[in-house]
Design a protein around this ligand. Structure first.
Ligand SMILES: [Zn+2]
Length: 286
């Protein structure tokens, strides 16, 4: 009998853990939400088509308009140079335009002068498109390194936003170890949760509202709470690629659109403030 009761308790707990509604009643206070969009060609370097730019960005912009979201679009310099009208439209709608390097190649595999080149070329291309130089950066494939932090700081950047799961809350990095806290003036703002990034089995099929609330509940000792969400324009379009890439693009299209829509609807009823990366920098450091 004792055994049966234990099994019943165990099953009950399992149902609770598996229930995505579990965190729905979380009281969210003093919460900043940063939507970031890595604005690049489709599924780099596999496809490099422009469907996300032509079809995905209009969907994202209209969703953000509808919910009064001001977001940060981190564009490659290459895209800003080739499609300046798109980058200008994003800027004119009040969103921040940051840099996602020039060529979208691994930063940590580069020499210091190659990294500097990526930073300067992309800053120039963005300035040509919108008239101001970017102050936020995310390395392609989150391939950040110590040299990148130093060079960004020297070139007028305030924020570096690559993922690093060890530190999922903003911090000023150490110049000799960018994943540790230190005294640099640049602010690291890692992605809090990345349900969209390649949809590994642990996150695919988990509602984004649930992902959001898990990020909040992991910051019980933090004030303010900060959730940084990473998106790509090509995730809003049903892409086609070889069989071997199916697991990477299986959520592109309706699945992503539905999840972002329901998260935005959910956040409409919560006490959250949407900020850009640059605004978050000022919230935390001014
Ligand atoms: Zn990218």
């Amino acid at each position: 009998m004792k055994k049966l009761i234990l099994i019943a308790i165990f099953l009950f707990l399992l149902i609770l853990v598996g229930n995505s509604e579990l965190f729905d009643k979380t009281k969210i206070k003093g919460t900043y939400v940063v939507f970031t969009v890595d604005t690049e060609y489709d599924f780099p370097p596999i496809l490099n088509t422009e469907r996300g730019i032509d079809e995905g960005i209009p969907i994202i912009l209209s969703m953000f308009d509808q919910h009064n979201v001001k977001a940060t679009f981190l564009t490659t310099g290459e895209l800003a140079k080739n499609r300046p009208e798109i980058i200008k439209e994003i800027h004119d709608k009040g969103h921040e335009v940051g840099s996602h390097s020039y060529h979208h190649k691994s930063i940590k595999a580069m020499t210091k002068s190659e990294i500097k080149n990526e930073i300067v070329l992309s800053s120039n291309a963005i300035e040509n498109a919108i008239g101001i130089r970017p102050v936020s950066f995310r390395a392609p494939g989150h391939s950040a390194c110590n040299d990148l932090m130093t060079l960004l700081q020297e070139n007028g950047y305030l924020v570096e936003a690559s993922a690093e799961k060890i530190n999922s809350y903003p911090y000023h990095p150490d110049e000799n170890n960018w994943i540790s806290e230190g005294n640099m003036s640049i602010l690291r703002v890692p992605v809090s949760h990345t349900p969209s990034y390649f949809y590994p089995p642990t996150t695919y099929n988990r509602p984004w509202i649930d992902c959001f609330n898990k990020a909040i509940s992991s910051q019980s000792d933090k004030n303010p709470k900060i959730v940084v969400i990473g998106l790509h324009p090509w995730e809003f379009v049903k892409l086609e690629a070889d069989e071997k890439y199916q697991s990477y693009i299986r959520a592109c299209g309706n699945y992503t659109i539905e999840n972002v829509t329901s998260l935005l609807d959910y956040l409409d009823g919560q006490d959250v403030t949407y900020v850009t990366l640059e605004e978050l920098y000022h919230v935390l450091t001014d």
